[in-house]
Design a protein around this ligand. Sequence first.
Ligand code: ARG
Length: 452
Amino acid sequence: ASGVVRRDRFSGGPARSFLSSLAADERIFEADLEIDRAHVLMLAAQEIVDDETAGDILTALDAIEVEGHGSLPDGEDVHEAIETAVIDQVGEEGGKMHTARSRNDEVATCIRYRLREDVLDAIETTLALRESLIDVASAHTETVMPGYTHLQPAQPTTVAHWALSYEGAIRRDTERLLDAYARINQSPLGGAAFAGTTFDIDREYTAELLGFDSVIQNSMDASSSRDFLLETTQALSTHATTLSGLAEDLIIFANRGFVDLADDYSSTSSIMPQKKNPDTLELVRAVAGDAAGNVQGLTTMLKGLPRAYNRDLQRATTHAWDAVDAVTEASEVAAGAVATADWNEEALEAEAGEGFSTATGVADLLAANGLPFRTAHELVASAAEQGADYDALDAAAEDVLGEPLEAYVDPDAVADALDPAQSVASRDSQGGPAPTAVADQLEYARDAIESD
Ligand code: ARG
């Protein structure tokens, strides 16, 4: 049979295992069987293969599925191995399965078929993580905490405002993955090696059987493009980058005693008995590096590849699998860590005003009472150096303006501005941390999760 001829001519010799993707192809074993079935049904419907042979091939495919990937005969890849197994069962007629197609359109279809499912799982985990963050936000709209820029105390905010800042970023990560999904979900099947076929195939029919939204129009594009792998890996890498920031914040908050991670998401030390370390979050942070590496590997591989199919593409696929596995797992772990963490409200409140973080609010108050903001800034900066309380502000007013503070502003209003909770409550601009403003953000976030 033809399969035998091919195997004799290209045994692969010493390069056999280097050439073979059979082991890595386990991931697309089920996909390949589905694609074989769809292709055979189409060949029968178009009367390219008779119904009896098609039936025999379909029966063989079912048996191969039951036996599993591990029972496949040797082959350069899963496509060849399954074809050999079909021929072994059906006889030479089984070789009709590969009429009007190539492994090039076949593998492209398999990758898209499987990646679709994986990307949907990744999208699900982003939704679960957003839900965890929304739950934290709902429970902590009034929990004041220090807010940082440059990791220096900046202005007081709330745990809810912090949590929703990540929810918003992850919402865009979801959107990017959904966007990538729409372009994954197009069928290259029937593109053949790249140049179409003489047979009267029905590409729309196989696309429909396999649940693809549409057919990739140009057969050369269909069999050789991998931009869908690149954009998916990029979207995953972007999500991993968001996760790494979230993880880093939680690691810092744990360090300061602001948050207590559940034991399930912590590790201990083999020598230091008192230790409770945020190892899971450190690994989440590290996945961003791996995913960026996958984008880099993929981009470098695809750069300058000529049309049409080149075997380099076999090694492109694994970057996408690695990224989708690692990033989905990291996202799941992050969701679990967020959902189970305890926020230490007392420690957060005690530190919310650290480093004179209410200074901006005091300057705003003076400006609202008619002082030019730049002068107010100077006055409060001078008070920051003299003790950062009402007396310091009063002394600074004498220094800078030659008058006591109460000549400009009601002392009670200053006391409010110096209080972290009041400071937060007063910043009620759209998107701000005041509980009233956060209530709107929460509503928006809940609606967005419904529609995604
Ligand atoms: N295993 C290959 C891949 O993953 C598909 C086979 C195409 N091989 C070929 N020599 N045209 O890309």
